[in-house]
Design a binder for this molecule. Structure first.
Ligand code: KG4
Ligand code: ZN
Length: 339
């Protein structure tokens, strides 16, 4: 089966082609056109600008993806498109493009929830054993899920305010080190020296009985530390390291509590923040130490951590296989939809 995936929920225009045989995924193309360079100067994504860029880019990206995959459009069996959550004007570009192709070429169309797309990035090169615990951490979401089967999710916890990626971006803004903050903070953290001391930041909600998160207070605590410290400009790397470690500690602690409580054999980390090497390596190490070979840790390849259309195609495939299918005439972009 050949699936064409389309993703345009934020500032990446992405189109992928995957072929699936017996649930084994073969990625034929994974084209991503990022608008980061354009939004950098504004310090964040400007929705109007993002939508205009998607309009300009969607057909060239679509064309390139088919060419790279060496697949003709007529051969595609299913189109999967992100319908939300995200920026509605950006989502509309992908959704309307997918609907037009589906209508003109008579190809079945399926809508995919963006968070579900991130979850399915774990199924591209691997296969989590159900039930499993999935932590998805991105610029827009921090969500801990018990996945019992395909399309069967129990949300264990979510962020009550800022997403983890958003916190990285805001902290980078406070230190004026650039956008997007995640990769910059992570790079800075590696340069930190042990000689320069900074205060320990809080680990919000780390001991709470539930599985919710909160990162807004951490960002405020960070701001107060900078205000107290006249010499913070010379300790950006040390502050970056302490902030990164605070986020990493909270994320891992909550996920592992869920692993123990639900006695699962697989724990999965996905989303843009899972590109963070410290988070990936600490997570893997702690799972190994705590559960030995009893629990498997899965994190997708770096190219599938941030927004891409391969994860959308894969989520679309499993949903289609499980009987879900949309009609092009009642599919629409929605900024807020639940998993
Ligand atoms: O999944 P994604 O591409 O988009 C959303 O669905 O939001 O995630 C983007 C987020 C941004 O907040 C970015 O700062 C963060 O992922 N990010 C990272 C790293 N790379 C990207 N955060 C921490 N460390 C990284 N290396
Ligand atoms: Zn995303």
């Amino acid at each position: 089966m050949l699936i064409l995936g389309i993703e345009s929920s934020c500032d990446e225009t992405a189109v992928s082609v995957v072929s699936v045989v017996n649930d084994k995924i073969n990625v034929l193309s994974n084209v991503i056109l990022s608008q980061i360079e354009i939004h950098k100067k504004y310090g964040g994504v400007v929705p109007e600008v993002a939508a205009r860029e998607h309009v300009l880019n969607i057909l060239p990206v679509f064309d390139e993806s088919l060419k790279l995959a060496c697949v003709e459009l007529e051969k595609i069996d299913l189109i999967a498109v992100t319908c939300g959550p995200g920026l509605v004007s950006s989502l509309m570009v992908g959704v309307e493009t997918a609907k037009s192709i589906s209508y003109v070429c008579n190809i079945p169309l399926i809508s995919v929830n963006h968070i579900e797309g991130h979850i399915y990035s774990a199924f591209i090169d691997d296969f989590p054993v159900f039930p499993c615990v999935i932590l998805t951490v991105s610029g827009g979401h921090t969500i801990l899920v018990l996945m019992k089967n395909h399309s069967d999710y129990e949300i264990l916890g979510e962020t009550r305010d800022d997403a983890a990626g958003e916190a990285f971006d805001k902290v980078a803004k406070l230190m004026d080190v650039g956008y997007p903050g995640g990769p910059i903070i992570s790079r800075l953290a590696k340069e930190a020296s042990d000689e320069k001391i900074v205060s320990i930041l809080p680990r919000p909600m780390i001991d709470s009985a539930n599985f919710d998160f909160s990162f807004s207070g951490l960002k405020t605590a960070f701001l107060y530390e900078l205000k107290k410290d006249k010499g913070w400009q010379d300790k950006k790397a040390e502050y970056a390291r302490e902030f990164e470690q605070a986020v990493v500690d909270v994320l891992i602690s909550k996920a592992l509590k869920a692993v123990a409580k639900y006695n699962v054999k697989t724990v999965v980390l996905t989303g843009g923040v899972s590109a963070n090497k410290k988070l990936r390596s600490d997570f893997e190490k702690i799972v190994e130490e705590k559960f030995k070979n009893e629990v498997k840790f899965i994190c997708p390849d770096f190219k599938y951590t941030t927004d891409n259309a391969t994860m959308i195609a894969v989520a679309g495939y499993f949903n289609y296989k499980n009987g879900k299918i949309g009609q092009w005439n009642n599919l629409k972009a929605e900024s807020n939809i639940e998993l």
